[in-house]
Write a new protein. Structure first.
Length: 366
């Protein structure tokens, strides 16, 4: 492992501190960020407006180290999925989804996942470790490069969603600075409405997030009552729906946000009845929340089936009649297992027991 510092893991404040430690003024950090993020340059020698001695110091002490690409897969619909190496035996995935009006990059925050949601392929892989801030930010930098980023061309990646492998709020320490880098106008300069963090419901961390970040929040709900959600999303045994919703409304109040998106995977005969839609509407009516219905994406060995199109439409119509804004997600990349809930990476060292097998506290890196 390299002993040099990976610049992609450093926030603006940390880069300024590094430059000061090297005897340079804060403007050097701004120049460096311009080369790294606005121009997409990783070779210090090519950063022509930096002093030669400063470039030499950088080459000695630091580097721009990206995740290594193991495989690349492209879907017939234009979706692209990369398998990225974390270390010799572990790998994780990221997905790019092109649309007419946007380009969305779905990135991972962990190698595997501990939360063991019943319908998620990632959860079946177990859990190895958290990704570092540099590994999280490096996914966006790498995807830009692979997709043909040019500083003079329109953005290729307009939206970033932390909806890949892992529970972002269980890796709080590394995810928050990554969010800062995504939003910083000297870095990726994304709008807070174009960066979305998706959580299964780590309530204490939602309150903490409200203190330090203002990105869009998405919550994996998937059930209108605790009995069912206990089975589908085991973290609900620790933080039930009422507690979770209070945290969501607090987040919106603190950040002056527009609404929380509640993700709801449609499972045939499990959570897709009109009665369950009406129960969900009662939970959310009059609140700043909208529902995104997600057709289930099957994977080998799963006991679940995708709800029929007719069932999804009935469910959506019930929610709309109940006064809840509702959309249905169009499945993308399912021919390369890149759709929601299908990311698996490669987790050979499963160091943490999955939540569903025992009633254990979730390990959170605060």
């Amino acid at each position: 492992m390299s002993a040099r510092l990976n610049l992609l893991g450093l926030t603006r404040t940390e880069l300024e501190a590094l430059c000061a430690d090297m005897g340079s003024k804060p403007f050097r950090a701004r120049q460096l960020m311009n080369w790294l993020y606005k121009r997409g340059v990783s070779d210090f020698a090519a950063m022509s407006d930096l002093a030669k001695d400063f470039r030499a110091q950088l080459a000695e002490r630091a580097e721009v180290r990206l995740p290594e690409i193991v495989t690349t897969q492209r879907s017939t619909d234009g979706t692209c999925k990369w398998l990225l190496r974390a270390d010799a035996s572990q790998a994780f995935e990221m997905v790019y989804i092109p649309e007419n009006d946007r380009g969305t990059l779905c990135i991972s925050s962990q190698v595997g996942c501990v939360l063991d949601c019943a319908f998620c392929s990632t959860a079946q892989q177990g859990f190895n470790r958290n990704l570092t801030t540099a590994e999280i930010v490096g996914q966006v930098w790498l995807a830009n490069r692979e997709l043909g980023f040019s500083p003079d061309a329109p953005r290729i990646i307009t939206n970033v969603v932390l909806m890949g492998m892992g529970e972002p709020l269980a890796n709080f320490r590394n995810v928050v600075p990554a969010l800062q880098i995504l939003l910083d106008d000297l870095c990726f300069d994304l709008s807070r409405r174009r960066v979305t963090l998706s959580t299964s419901g780590l309530v204490p961390q939602i309150y903490k997030l409200a203190e330090v970040s203002n990105v869009a929040l998405a919550v994996s709900l998937h059930a209108p009552d605790d009995e069912l959600r206990n089975r589908l999303v085991p973290i609900n045994r620790i933080h039930p729906i009422a507690e979770l919703l209070e945290a969501c409304w607090h987040y919106i109040d603190e950040q002056n946000g527009r609404s929380v998106t509640f993700e709801y995977v449609m499972l045939d005969g499990v959570n897709d009845s009109p009665a369950q839609a009406r129960a969900l509407a009662r939970l959310l009516r009059g609140r700043p929340g909208k529902v995104n219905l997600i057709p289930f994406n099957p994977y080998p060995g799963t006991p679940f089936r995708r709800s029929s199109d007719a069932a999804v439409e009935r469910f959506r119509d019930e929610l709309l009649r109940g006064g809840v804004m509702t959309t249905t997600r169009r499945t993308r990349g399912d021919d390369i297992d890149a759709a929601c809930g299908q990311l698996v990476g490669r987790v050979q060292d499963r160091t943490v027991v999955r939540l569903g097998s025992k009633s254990i506290p979730v390990q959170v890196q605060a």
